[in-house]
Design a protein. Structure first.
Length: 649
């Protein structure tokens, strides 16, 4: 028991020794780790503070740059600092604070006293230094932006100065030479006045440029106040501009005085030039207008028109003496000008500044006017004779037309009246109409004579005739209508003869038909309208409806004109009053020849009819296709219908 106890005691002692050793090692390890952390903190803090110390002077540097480019480079360097150099230091500062907190925690857990960094390396010291850094950054950035704005303003002012100075110098270029020219010494008054106007415009322009000069000086002053680096060259250029401006003002005043003196010397001669121009221009225009009128071609169509032109020409000739007096007065002004220039030894180059009309030109045009007057007299005389001849042609044509026109107008109703009021036999009526036609045809030479006169009128270019209302076109149309009407009337009577003979109508029946037709021809136009024809049928005892009347109208008026001619009326009445062949009657005859069959053969036709008539029927009859048909059977029913127009052959 003792042995065991002593063993356990010995074992417990060994265990304790081992435990103690482990604790010591652990403590030492912790201590070493803490010391390493302290060293790392001190070094990191020192590096960070050193970086801040070196950076702040750079951020506090306020040395200005002369150019915008240099200043923008500084701003770019600052941006590189913010983007590249500062972010790692921000991480270092953050790591430093993390390490410091971790170290303090470990020391507290190991019952060690808190870590106290070296003087000036506390976290608060670092934060203060960091705050100073950020404050310097803010101030540096604000300074750079303000400086950039200042340089931008300076660059703007400098560019504005250069621009305005260049514009002004370009404007003044050559102005001094221009103001010192002696161009007024050999100028006319109009030239002097033009130079004065031009000089006044220059003075106005000069006054307007006064503001630019003042602006240039003000910009130079502002550049000086803003300490522009190139102020000396700006000031020198500004001074040159101001000195030149003063010289331009003096030269301008000197030139004005010289121009005004010259103007007064030339005013007397100018008044004479002006008087000449005022009178020469309207006189020259009058002569040009006279020449144009005297040479103007004219077109007249009546005696009155040529007489009006002749009267106007006589009035013009009456103004020639006064015009010659005005010409001499204008030439006298030019002589007076020449006399003054010779007396006072004035040598002005050039012609009259107010007009290009010379005395020689006035004399030449005056001579031309005098030559044109007799030519115009001759042209008017010739035209007057031509118009007299035209008037004779008009009267000759009118005398004939005023007879022929009414004659044609009276013949037209006569023919209509003859057609309606015919008496005697149709042959008598036909002979009467042909005699009447002959009398009309015998009138043709007068129409031909009128055509000949009309041709002369056209060749003479005569377009109107106040002596007659009849034109050749009216006469032609009337004559053609007259011939057509009498020919048509004769043809109607001839057709009536054919109808009468073909249908055996007596003269008495024809007279009755004519009386009945004339009675219902209410308008006496030679036609019955549909209502008149209906009344005629009713008077003859027809009792018909609309369909039946329409059928009858289709017979008498196949062209659907709404009119019934006397010939159509006769045809209708003759069909109604006489026994005529019909399609049914012919069909019944063929049925007898066919032996009561509905068809007929070629042999039967050749046996019963003459050869030519048989062959005519065979060639035109269609094959029979009905019941009981045999080879060669022919359809006589459709053939009979076609003979009377009720179907096609």
């Amino acid at each position: 028991m003792t042995y065991v106890s002593s063993y356990y005691q010995a074992f417990s002692g060994a265990q304790k020794a081992e435990t103690a050793a482990n604790r010591i090692c652990k403590v030492l390890a912790v201590n070493q780790e803490n010391e390493q952390l302290m060293e790392d903190y001190e070094k990191l803090a020192s590096d960070l503070l050193e970086w801040i110390r070196r950076t702040i002077p750079w951020l506090e540097n306020r040395a200005p740059e002369n150019t915008m480019q240099a200043m923008q480079q500084k701003l770019e360097d600052f941006r590189d600092y913010r983007r590249l150099h500062k972010p790692p230091k921000v991480q270092e500062k953050c790591q430093l604070e993390i390490n410091f907190n971790t170290l303090q925690t470990k020391l507290r857990l190991s019952n060690r006293p808190a870590f106290m960094p070296s003087e000036g390396k506390m976290v608060s010291d670092i934060n203060n230094a960091w705050g100073g850094l950020e404050q310097a950054e803010k101030g540096y950035e604000e300074w750079m932006l303000n400086e950039i704005r200042r340089l931008e303003r300076l660059d703007h002012l400098a560019e504005k100065f250069r621009q305005k100075a260049s514009i002004h110098e370009a404007w003044t270029d050559g102005k001094e030479d221009m103001l010192q020219k002696k161009d007024y010494e050999a100028a006319t008054l109009s030239d002097i006045k033009a130079l004065l106007k031009k000089h006044e415009a220059f003075e106005s322009d000069l006054a307007a440029h006064q503001d630019r000069v003042e602006q240039i000086a003000a910009i130079a002053q502002e550049l000086n106040e803003l300490d522009y680096y190139d102020s000396p060259s700006v000031n020198a250029r500004c001074q040159r501009i101001c000195d030149q401006w003063d010289n331009l003002g003096a030269l301008t005043q000197t030139r004005r005085e010289a121009l005004e003196r010259t103007e007064k010397l030339l005013e007397t001669i100018d008044q004479l030039y002006l008087e000449y121009a005022k009178r020469a221009a309207p006189f020259n225009n009058w002569m040009e207008g006279a020449m144009e009128d005297l040479q103007d071609t004219f077109i007249v169509h009546t005696i009155e028109e040529i007489q009006g032109l002749t009267a106007a020409h006589e009035q013009f000739k009456a103004t020639l003496p006064e015009a010659d007096k005005e010409r001499q007065a204008i030439l006298g002004i030019q002589s007076e000008i020449a006399k003054i220039m010779q007396t006072y030894h004035i040598n002005i180059s050039g012609s009259n500044p107010y007009t290009s009309i010379t005395p020689q030109e006035i004399n030449n045009k005056w001579d031309h006017v005098r030559q044109l007057v007799p030519r115009r007299d001759q042209a008017l005389t010739e035209e007057h004779a031509r118009q007299q001849q035209n008037e004779r042609l008009r009267k000759s044509f009118a005398a004939q037309a005023n007879v022929i026109g009414p004659w044609i107008q009276t013949k037209m109703p006569e023919i209509g009246r003859i057609a309606i009021e015919m008496h005697g036999t149709l042959e008598d009526q036909l002979n009467h109409l042909r005699q009447y036609e002959k009398s009309i045809v015998n009138y043709k030479p007068k129409i031909d004579q009128l055509e000949s006169d009309h041709q002369q009128i056209q060749e003479a270019l005569i377009f109107d005739n106040k002596h007659t209302n009849y034109t050749m076109e009216h006469i032609r149309v009337g004559w053609e209508q007259l011939l057509t009407t009498i020919a048509r009337t004769i043809n109607e009577v001839e057709n009536q003869v054919l109808t009468r003979d073909a249908k055996g109508i007596s003269q008495e029946q024809m007279n009755e038909f004519r009386n009945s037709f004339n009675h219902f021809d209410k308008k006496k136009s030679g036609f019955m309208e549909s209502d008149d024809f209906r009344a005629c049928l009713i008077s003859m005892g027809y009792n018909m409806g609309e369909a039946e009347f329409a059928r009858i109208m289709s017979i008498v008026d196949p062209n659907r004109l709404g009119l019934v001619t006397f010939q159509a009326f006769i045809d209708f009445m003759s069909r109604e009053t006489q026994d005529t062949d019909t399609a049914d009657q012919v069909m019944a005859s063929f049925k007898i020849l066919a032996g009561d069959k509905n068809y007929i053969t070629a042999d039967e036709l050749r046996r019963e009819l003459p050869p030519d008539q048989a062959e005519y029927c065979i060639a035109r009859m269609a094959p029979y296709m009905g019941p009981g048909a045999v080879p060669g059977a022919l359809d006589y029913m459709s053939f009979s219908t076609a003979l009377y127009g009720e179907s096609d052959l």
